[in-house]
Design a protein around this ligand. Structure first.
Ligand SMILES: [Zn+2]
Length: 151
């Protein structure tokens, strides 16, 4: 990857970091804002709980992306940006343009999504182990499985 492209991605990622930081800060303020302490009816209370739960989920999602962006910036510094973290091949330019913090090429990402999907389904039906055994031989590297879990 040439220097101009790298600098462009770096700017893009730094901007994304700043945006996420301020939107996370706003979310935290929302969460910290004291609730209405006047007696509220049960329905209102349930709505408040639901809203808090929703904000927490949004925060978790943002924080996962935040960490992924920081890892992408670290890859720029270690000159491995744009390489798939599983197979080592180059990530497609179109994919990098859309998701510059992506860790995997499309092929490995698909495998990772499948793995997560199977894990979810397996958990749902209490057959986690069975699905894992069926699926694991396709994914050889421990690092890949670990990263999939972190996503
Ligand atoms: Zn790959």
């Amino acid at each position: 990857m040439n220097r101009t492209d790298l600098l462009r991605y770096k700017r893009k990622l730094n901007l994304a970091v700043r945006n996420l930081e301020s939107s996370l800060a706003a979310n935290f303020m929302e969460l910290l804002t004291p609730r209405d302490s006047n007696p509220v009816d049960l329905e209102e209370r349930a709505e408040q709980d639901f809203e808090q739960e929703r904000i927490l989920q949004v925060c978790q999602e943002k924080s996962r992306r935040y960490k992924a962006i920081l890892r992408a910036l670290a890859r720029i510094n270690s000159a491995t940006f744009g390489q798939c973290q599983n197979c080592g091949k180059g990530v497609g330019k179109k994919r990098l343009e859309t998701i510059p913090w992506t860790e995997f090429c499309l092929r490995c990402q698909t495998q990772c999504d499948e793995l997560n999907h199977h894990r979810l389904e397996a958990g749902r039906f209490g057959q986690r182990l069975k699905a894992w055994r069926r699926f694991l031989p396709r994914l050889e590297r421990e690092g890949f499985r670990r990263r999939c879990r972190d996503l």
